[in-house]
Structures are given as C-alpha cells and as structure tokens.
Design a protein around this ligand. Structure first.
Ligand SMILES: NC(=O)c1ccc[n+]([C@@H]2O[C@H](COP(=O)([O-])OP(=O)(O)OC[C@H]3O[C@@H](n4cnc5c(N)ncnc54)[C@H](O)[C@@H]3O)[C@@H](O)[C@H]2O)c1
Length: 286
C-alpha cells in the first residue's frame, strides 16, 4: 500500500463523480474521470469548470485555484483502462448491484495490486462489494456528501475484510482533500443513509397522503428543528432515482417493511421527475 497518492481514478461522472473531481482539482490532486457516456463527461466538464470558478464564494475553506490550470490536471475519458496508473480509485456508478459489480471486475484486471477501491455507495454492503473483487482487504466505503466540495467530513465504512492499511490510505487521501473521516462498521446504509432515508421516505408518504405539501414538510424541519435542509429538498438534491435505489437496497438487505419505498417516489422516478438533475422533483429548478 502506498502512502504517496499520485493520481486518482474517479469512475462515474454523474452527480457525485463530478463534484468529487472538482474537489480533487481544488486540492491539486491529478485525476482521471471515467464514464460510459460521452454526454455525461461533457456535462461533467462544464459543471467542474463552473464549480472551480464559483464554489470558493460558498466555501471559504476551499483553496483559490485558476480554473484553466486546474482543468489541465484531469483526463475525461470513456476508456476505463486509463486508470491503470492511478494509485487510488473512487467509484461512483449508480446504486445498482450489477453496475457496481461489473466495474469492480474490470478494475481487477486493470489496476495494480496495491490500489484501494473506495466505493461511494449510499447503502450497498462494502463487504459484499469487496467479495466481488480479487482484493477484498482493499475495498472500503467512502460515503462522500453532496456536493463534496462543501463538506469537510466523510463517513468511511470498513468492510469485514478491509485492512488497516486501506483505512490509513483512505484517511491520507481525505486529508489531501482537507476532510475528516468518521470511520464506522459495515451494515447496509451505514449510519447516515440508514437513518436519513427513513426521513425522506416518510416525508414522501406525508405528501402522498395529503397531510402537507413538500414546502410545508421541509419548512417544519428547517424552522422547527433547525435543519439546514428539509428531507424533500435533500431527496431532490440526491436524485429521486438514487433515493429509490437506496430504499430498495435497504428493504432487501434488512427484509424490514420500514424501508418499503413510498409509491409516490417511484411514480416520480417513472415520470423522470428526478429532482435537481432533471430540473424537477418535489420542486422546480432552473
Ligand atoms: N447523489 C448523491 O447525493 C449521493 C451521495 C452520496 C453517495 N451517492 C452514491 O454515489 C453513487 C453515484 O451516485 P450519483 O448520484 O453520482 O449517480 P448518477 O446517476 O448521477 O451518476 C452515475 C454515473 O455513472 C455512470 N456509469 C454507469 N455505469 C458506468 C460504468 N460501468 N463505468 C463508468 N461510469 C458508469 C453513468 O453514466 C452516470 O453518469 C451511488 O452509489 C450513490 O448511491 C450518491
């Protein structure tokens, strides 16, 4: 295991891969951003350029960078083999077992023996992801918050076989990004999503049942509880498709009806009302 991170491979250029790549560039870490979709890469490039210019106005802790110079440190590609010389991988493909499993199988054939795989998953078992690879000691959960460049803390999840060296390497990578790690053990949903998805799901049931509209639900959380965001604004930010995938994983994992997905959430996903990423969810954007 190296303590000397040279280049990081980021797999998946959606909501999370995009903000994590911007975050790495803020901290002068060279990276390769891979997606199967050219369209996703074009969108990610435009978003990263925008974030590099404007995020410092929201998070004063971010280093000031010259966006054009920073963009020279990232390679955008649809060819996953370009991560062969990366010393650490952050995987951000959709919350779907088949997608993730196929990526880890490819990485096993491409990456060096020593490379750690950081699974950015909302709910999937890190132990199960580890078992899908040839090096389960080197698979760890790194649950970045969205958008990662505005959050200085990350939930890190140790799978059953995750080695101490892999934990140390991960803490080292997060330090480069000026982030603190809270290290927890592995059960689906870990701490954050096991709890927050119950909030978001029940909030959707409240709207579905006509108890209150989305703005009222969120206002109660913000004004009465003092939360920064309400559960439905949070669901829109995450992406309702990702929320539904995560609830399905939690339901299957625990076989507990408390995680059954609200039909309204599923209907909104079928209607492509995914939240911020499609311009409409519980709220309208743009
Ligand atoms: N959205 C959030 O707020 C959030 C927060 C923390 C963690 N997560 C987790 O991060 C992961 C990614 O979530 P997201 O919201 O960024 O998803 P997303 O749907 O916005 O993006 C996923 C990207 O992965 C790409 N992709 C699919 N298969 C691929 C492959 N084989 N190789 C390379 N790229 C591939 C897709 O084209 C897409 O661009 C999920 O596991 C999710 O649960 C999401």
């Amino acid at each position: 295991m190296t303590n000397n991170v040279q280049k990081i491979g980021v797999i998946g250029a959606g909501t999370m891969g995009t903000c994590i790549t911007a975050d790495l560039l803020f901290h002068d870490v060279p990276c390769v951003l891979v997606d199967i979709s050219e369209h996703a890469l074009v969108k990610a490039k435009a978003e990263i350029e925008k974030v590099l210019r404007f995020a410092v106005t929201i998070n004063k802790d971010l280093p000031k960078v010259n966006a054009a110079d920073a963009m020279k440190k990232v390679l955008f590609t649809t060819d996953i083999r370009e991560v062969a010389d990366c010393s650490y991988i952050i995987e951000n493909v959709p919350e779907n077992w088949e997608y993730k499993e196929s990526v880890y199988k490819q990485l096993d054939d491409i990456c060096g023996e020593e490379v750690c795989y950081a699974a950015n998953t909302s709910c999937l078992s890190i132990t199960k992801l580890g078992a899908a690879t040839k090096k389960q000691e080197q698979v760890i959960g790194v649950h970045f918050m969205n958008p990662s460049y505005l959050k200085n803390t990350v939930e890190v999840i140790k799978g059953y076989h995750t080695s101490d060296a892999c934990v140390a390497e991960t803490v080292n990578v997060l330090k480069l990004m000026n982030k603190e790690a809270i290290i927890v053990n592995d059960y689906p949903g870990f701490v954050s999503n096991r709890i927050s998805h119950l909030f978001m799901n029940e909030a959707a049931f409240v709207v579905q049942d006509g108890v209150a509209d989305a703005a009222q639900v969120d206002a109660i959380f913000k004004k009465c509880y003092g939360h920064k965001m309400g559960p439905l604004e949070t669901a829109d930010l995450i992406g309702l498709d990702t929320v539904v995938h995560s609830l399905d994983v939690l339901y299957q994992s625990y076989q507990d009806s408390k995680f059954r997905c609200c039909p309204l959430l599923r209907k909104m996903v079928d209607a492509n009302l995914l939240g911020r990423k499609t311009g409409r969810g519980f709220y309208k954007y743009g």
